[in-house]
Design a binder for this molecule. Structure first.
Ligand SMILES: Nc1ncnc2c1ncn2[C@@H]1O[C@H](COP(=O)(O)OP(=O)(O)OP(=O)(O)O)[C@@H](O)[C@H]1O
Length: 499
C-alpha cells in the first residue's frame, strides 16, 4: 500500500429505509486530487461523513497511513488530519478572518497570555497562513464582507492551519463564477504541491478532467470503479455513473411558436437594469446569459414582483399588469425557482409531499379539507418524473441527498401550476441523468403551451435547450441570439461587452 494515505474497506451504512453504503472500498493517495462522482443519492456525501467522523459506520475498516483507525468523532478525524469543507460554510460572519481561522487553536498555539488573547499575534499568524497559500485576503477583514469564494478560501485556510493532510471538498465551485473557479483551481494545485490530498465531490465532469488525478464512481452505494482520470472518456464516466448509455443530453424540441405570453417593455431598475424589452411566446424556452452581477437575477426578480423602483411595462397574454408582490405573480400564473434556494426554500422537518404541496394547497383542497389521496398522487407523479430517489413520500427533506433536495425544490414549483416558469440556475447540483429528467419536464410544459425562461451559467445548457438567448451586459440586453446563431463564442463576446 505504498503511497496510500487512506483506505476505507468494505464500508456499510444502513438506515431504516435501507442500505446507503453497501461495502464500499475507497483509497486516497498522498498528495492526489481524487474526484468522487455519482448520481444524486449515490452515497458520496455519506461516505465522506463517515470518514470525517460525522456519521458512525455500521461495519468496515478505515486505515490511515496503513494503520487501522476507528473514527468516532469530528475532532478525532481532524486530529488525524482529515478536514471537510462543506457547501454550507461553517464560519462566524461577524468575526474577523483571523479569528475564524484561529478560534479553535488559541490555546494550542499559545495565543492566550494570562487569560487575554494576544490579538496582534492572532492576526499575524493568520495572515502568514493566508500569504503562504497566496490567498489575497486581509486577516483583519470581517468574514461577512467577503465574497462566497473568499469565504471558502478562509475555510480552506482554517483546515490547512490545523495541518490537514486530507481535505474533503463537497461541490466547492457551485457558487463560483468562471474567474473564481480558475483561481480556485490554482489554489488546489498549490495545496496539492504541499503534499495534501484532496477528495473532490462534483457533478461537473469538465472540472474533474481539469483537476483530478484519479476518480472513483459510486452507484447506489457501491464503488463501480476507481481509475486514473485520463483512462476514461466522458461517455464512459456517465455510463458508469448512470448504469446505462446516457441518452441525448439536450432533448431540445422545435415547436412552432405561438401566441405571446409575456412582453416586457423598457424595463429599468435604478442603475441595475436599463431599458430591457423582450417577449416570451407559448412553446418557447428563452435563455438568459450574462456574467455574475450583470443583472440576470435582478431581471427575473423584477418580473416576479420582487423588486422595487421598477419602471417600464409588462404584459401577460397581451394584458398590461403591474406586479407588486410574488403572491400576485403566482396568482397570475408565474412560477419562480430562485437561485438562492439551496435548502433555504425547503421546510427541512416536513415530508417531501408536504413540501411539494405547500406552494399550492388550493390545488389539493376541496371544501376546506386537504384531499390527501390527490396530494399523494400528484406528489408521487412529480417525484417519479424527476427521479427523486426516496423510500416514501413521508421521508423528511432533511434526510435527502443534496441533489434530491434540489429536485424537491423544483417539484414544488412545478406543482404550483403556472404558465410562465422563471428558473434561475435550475440544474445546479443535479447529476447528468437528473438534468435530462428536468429538461424533459420543461419540454412537457412548453408542449402544453407554457413558456420557460432559464438563467444559466452553463452555456452548453443554454445552447442545448433554448430557442433564443438574451445576453445581458451591465444591466442592458447586449444581444439576442436565435437558433443556430447561439454559440459559446457569441454569448461570451456579448456577455463581456466585446460586441
Ligand atoms: N439521515 C439520513 N437518514 C436516512 N437516509 C439518509 C440520511 N442521510 C442520507 N440518507 C440517504 O442516503 C443516500 C445517499 O445520500 P448522499 O447524501 O450520500 O448522496 P450523494 O451521493 O452525496 O448525492 P448528491 O449528489 O445528491 O449530493 C440518499 O438516498 C439519502 O436519502
Amino acid at each position: 500500500m505504498q503511497n496510500t494515505l487512506l483506505a476505507m474497506v468494505n464500508i456499510w451504512k444502513t438506515y431504516p429505509n435501507g442500505p446507503v453504503l453497501k461495502g464500499v472500498d475507497f483509497t486516497v493517495r498522498t498528495g492526489e486530487i481524487h474526484g468522487l462522482l455519482g448520481k444524486n443519492g449515490a452515497g458520496k456525501s455519506m461516505l465522506m461523513k463517515v470518514l470525517s467522523g460525522i456519521v458512525p459506520l455500521d461495519s468496515g475498516s478505515i486505515y490511515w497511513r496503513g494503520e487501522a483507525m476507528a473514527i468516532t468523532s469530528v475532532k478525532q478525524a481532524m486530529d488525524l488530519g482529515i478536514s471537510a469543507v462543506h457547501q454550507e460554510l461553517c464560519l462566524f460572519p461577524e468575526l474577523s478572518v483571523a479569528e475564524n481561522i484561529m478560534v479553535e487553536q488559541y490555546q494550542q498555539r499559545g495565543l492566550v497570555k494570562h487569560g487575554i488573547i494576544e490579538r496582534e499575534r492572532v492576526y499575524h499568524e493568520a495572515q502568514s497562513i493566508l500569504d503562504e497559500l497566496h490567498f489575497e485576503i486581509d486577516a483583519h477583514g470581517r468574514v461577512a464582507d467577503l465574497s462566497f469564494a473568499q469565504q471558502q478560501m478562509v475555510e480552506i485556510a482554517r483546515a490547512l492551519s490545523r495541518n490537514a493532510e486530507l481535505l474533503i471538498l463537497d461541490e466547492p465551485t457551485t457558487a463560483l463564477n468562471e474567474r473564481e473557479v480558475s483561481y480556485f483551481f490554482k489554489v488546489l494545485h498549490k495545496i496539492r504541491q504541499r503534499g495534501v490530498a484532496i477528495v473532490y465531490i462534483t457533478h461537473r465532469l469538465k472540472e474533474i478532467r481539469q483537476i483530478a488525478d484519479r476518480i472513483t464512481i459510486l452507484r447506489d452505494g457501491v464503488n463501480v470503479g476507481t481509475l486514473p482520470v485520463e483512462s476514461l472518456e466522458g461517455a464512459e464516466i456517465i455510463r458508469l455513473m448512470v448504469g446505462e448509455e446516457a441518452l441525448g443530453r439536450y432533448p431540445k424540441l422545435g415547436l412552432p411558436t405561438r401566441n405571446e405570453l409575456l412582453r416586457v417593455e423598457h424595463l429599468s431598475m435604478g442603475n441595475v437594469l436599463s431599458d430591457i424589452s423582450f417577449t416570451l411566446r407559448e412553446g418557447e424556452m428563452l435563455g438568459i446569459a450574462g456574467l455574475a452581477g450583470s443583472g440576470r437575477t435582478a431581471l427575473v426578480n423584477s418580473i416576479f414582483g420582487m423588486a422595487s423602483m421598477v419602471t417600464g411595462k409588462m404584459f401577460l397574454r397581451g394584458r398590461e399588469v403591474r406586479l407588486r408582490s410574488p403572491q400576485q405573480a403566482i396568482k397570475l400564473g408565474l412560477a419562480y425557482l430562485a437561485e438562492d434556494r439551496v435548502r433555504a426554500g425547503l421546510f427541512n422537518n416536513l415530508s417531501v409531499k408536504d413540501n411539494i404541496s405547500a406552494t399550492n394547497l388550493k390545488r389539493v383542497t376541496a371544501k376546506g379539507v386537504i384531499d390527501i389521496k390527490k396530494e399523494t398522487l400528484i406528489a408521487r407523479g412529480l417525484t417519479r418524473r424527476l427521479g427523486i430517489g426516496l423510500a416514501d413520500l413521508q421521508q423528511r427533506v432533511a434526510h435527502l441527498s443534496g441533489g434530491n433536495q434540489q429536485k424537491t425544490m423544483v417539484a414544488k414549483w412545478l406543482f404550483s401550476g403556472g404558465f410562465i416558469y422563471l428558473l434561475d440556475e435550475p440544474t445546479c447540483g443535479l447529476d447528468i441523468a437528473s438534468k435530462v429528467d428536468l429538461y424533459n419536464i420543461l419540454n412537457s410544459f412548453i408542449c402544453g403551451g407554457s413558456g420557460v425562461i432559464i438563467i444559466s451559467s452553463d452555456l452548453s445548457e443554454l445552447i442545448g435547450m433554448c430557442h433564443r438567448v438574451l445576453v445581458i451586459y451591465q444591466g442592458r440586453i447586449a444581444g439576442e441570439l436565435e437558433g443556430n446563431e447561439i454559440s459559446e463564442e457569441k454569448i461570451l463576446k456579448l456577455a463581456s461587452g466585446r460586441e
